[in-house]
Design a protein around this ligand. Structure first.
Ligand code: SAH
Ligand code: SF4
Length: 363
């Protein structure tokens, strides 16, 4: 009989497991504490349990761990982690340091089915959805790396890993989570919702510190708000006309711009909550002043902000990023239209860790 992976169980399933093995219900809380807060690698490390109980549980269950296959550090401090999964597939996660935050960009699928023309993840195709525990485990593993409990042998770091700085507020581990790694989270809806539940309940993250980015799977947007209210939503809009968006993002044929916008308008946003619209800027394709004016019109009456992401190139791609002047002109028009807008500096480009550059092929 194969052993049960305790990390793969949700709270109810853990309760059933505990009951099935004749243990009292308080063991559930204990297991959650040791697996998620103490981040133990194995049942044998749960020292709060008696030796006999640890042995008994180890006969029927285990705790899975992501394998750290590679760790690269960019000259700007961004780190990229390549993780191996139990079935031999691999995924990437990216850790982006900032003054007072340590943001982890996590993957939700192995590859992606969406095939957006500007995204390297889209080019490698799709292998499978991640299970909820594989999504959550990226956070646990990176925190273990940061506390030096998890190491890789063959690091390609350009600079040696530094002891993580103490952030304002004293944190050394991950403070913010963005679902912007490999994959389209809303196409792995149930696992992502369960992962969000565990990230908040078991790991203690506030929903305000979590952002989910979608290419615009419109029907799932209000559903996400029902299942996980207050999680920040980012929509990869990337174009202001359907003609251009059709060209860049095949998903637009199914869920065109107006469908996405009306899905966004249905969300009962609480005060101070806004939707982020991401806009990858591509030279000569979506970066004209007219595009900026169209964007202003589209976002009217939606509490929103825009992140302009000048395209991050990768080998073999033909697309180009616009000049800084063009990006600034675009930004000015949005500001003139009363839209909050940021130009996202893409970090980690020298190690292909920036948006759209993840492909997780282990050499
Ligand atoms: N599938 C989800 C989340 C992952 S992509 C989504 O599409 O939203 C995360 C972000 O990276 C998206 O906003 C996407 O538009 C952006 N992106 C993809 N490829 C890029 C590239 N080459 N340069 C800059 N941004 C890119
Ligand atoms: Fe998939 Fe997002 Fe990349 Fe599009 S941009 S291919 S949806 S990961």
């Amino acid at each position: 009989m194969s052993k049960t992976n305790l990390k793969a169980l949700n709270k109810n399933e853990l309760s059933e497991f505990v009951k099935k093995h004749g243990l009292p219900d308080y063991r559930v809380k204990q297991l959650i504490h040791w697996i998620y807060e103490k981040k133990v690698d194995s049942i044998k490390d749960i020292t709060e349990l008696s030796g006999t109980l640890r042995e008994k549980l180890s006969d029927v269950a285990y705790i899975s761990n992501l394998q750290l296959l590679n760790r690269q550090t960019s000259s700007d401090g961004t780190e990229k982690f390549l993780f191996g999964l139990e079935d031999g597939e691999s995924i990437e996660s990216v850790l982006i340091p900032d003054e007072d935050r340590l943001t982890l960009c996590i993957s939700s699928q192995v590859g992606c089915t969406m095939g957006c023309g500007f995204c390297l993840t889209g080019k490698i195709g799709f292998k499978r959805n991640l299970m909820a525990f594989e999504i959550v485990d990226q956070i646990i593993a990176v925190n273990k790396v940061k506390s030096e409990k998890l190491k890789v042998k063959n690091s390609e770091s350009k600079i040696p890993p530094l002891r993580p700085p103490l952030l304002k507020g004293g944190a050394r581990g991950v403070t913010n989570i963005v679902f912007m790694g490999m994959g389209e989270p809303l196409l792995n809806f149930d696992n992502v919702v369960e992962a969000l539940r565990r990230i908040t309940e078991f790991l203690g993250f506030s929903r305000r510190r979590i952002t989910l980015s979608t290419c615009g799977i419109a029907p799932k947007i209000p559903e996400l708000y029902k299942k996980a209210p207050h999680v920040n939503l980012a929509i990869s809009l990337n174009a202001a006309t359907n003609n251009v968006r059709d060209l860049l993002m095949p998903v637009n044929k199914k869920y065109p711009i107006e469908t996405i916008i009306s899905a966004c308008k249905k969300i009962p946003l609480s005060p101070q909550h806004e939707i982020t619209f991401e806009y990858v800027m591509l030279d000569g394709l979506n970066d004209s002043p007219d595009d900026a004016k169209r964007l202003v019109k589209l976002l009217k009456n939606i509490p929103s902000k825009v992140n302009l992401i000048p395209f991050n190139p990768y080998d073999g791609g033909k697309l180009k990023r616009p000049s800084d002047d063009k990006v600034l002109t675009f930004q000015k028009i949005l500001i003139g239209g009363d839209i909050t807008v940021f130009i996202r500096k893409s970090k980690g480009q020298d190690i292909l860790a920036a948006c759209g550059q993840l492909k997780a092929r282990y050499k």
